[in-house]
Design a protein around this ligand. Sequence first.
Ligand code: NAD
Length: 339
Amino acid sequence: MPARIAVNGFGTIGKRVARAVKLQDDMELVGVTKTRPTYEASIANREGMPLYTLDEKQMKVMEEQGFRVEGVLQDLLTKVDLVVDCSPNGVGEENKKLYEEAGVKAIFQGGEEHGIAGLSFNAFSSYDLAQGRKWARVVSCNTTGLIRTLYPLDRMFKVEEAFAAIVRRGADPAEAKGSALNAVEPSLHLPTHHGTDVRTVLPGLNISTMAVKVPTTNMHVHCIHAKLRKKGVKTSDVLSLWDQMPRIRFVSGKHGIRTSGQIMEIARDLGRHSGDFAETIVWEDGTHIDGESLYYYQAVHQESDVIPENIDCIRSMMEMEKDASRSIRKTDRSLGIGK
Ligand code: NAD
């Protein structure tokens, strides 16, 4: 029987998770919630995703505007095994009480603290730990991107220490808030929380981070230095290690790909849904080893890299697949992710 899934919060991440769930042959999207009668509510109606609101008042407003609404969140929670909470930062803690009452499992997103679930998830490293769990938190887009490349490096060559300077997109493309229009804003809480967040998944990794926010909406770019314990590692060894990993994809300045904007153009040319690029994108010719120091640049599409992670997390928590690689392959095939 397919796992019965709800998505609570149908914004940037929620609508993508909902679409991804619909593409799985072992999951059923039972419903999504929307608070207001925005165009996203019409996407849910149009794409056949049963629509729910948080309360009766919202339901009345939606119905008055002509939307088809099936009920409220409490109704939805009686019909599902697991809810993917995609509500705004910090709201998950309040929602958790509702999930507890309804006796459903829940996945929270990176805007929540690690403590909300006690397990922070990345498919490469945490799949086994999530088996059968009631709560998990899929880490943020930046943290996911950092783990994707650092986890295999650490396993193969042992990372003595790592430092990442994170160039953060100012806002998501559809947002009217975010960074200053013409300024670079350093994060003044140092080291930034991104390194700490990586350690919620990889506690043994010695990583620190700094970050600046810039006026672009495309992607985040990470400038990473990793000191490797293993001697004699060549750039080609690192590239061939990453090449064997799913969800890491190379681009090259030699082939004209020098900017995050050009990477997003590739996603559109590949016909990816919503122009998304869920892989972590590494510049092949922006990767260089000098002695024990590895330097590399990578780009992260903030709106989509966590989506396949949510799908694998569901599969592990619902104990539908014991093997991480098999789940990752199944997810990636269904979402059209691959090299
Ligand atoms: P968003 O603002 O685009 O969407 C949030 C949705 O939740 C909206 O539709 C809003 O109406 C709805 N909502 C508001 N209050 C709610 C409530 N009480 N219960 C349920 N839904 C409610 O936010 P987002 O960018 O999709 O972020 C969601 C989560 O995903 C956050 O934890 C965020 O940190 C994380 N995340 C975001 C990104 C990104 O780049 N946008 C990337 C990775 C992770």
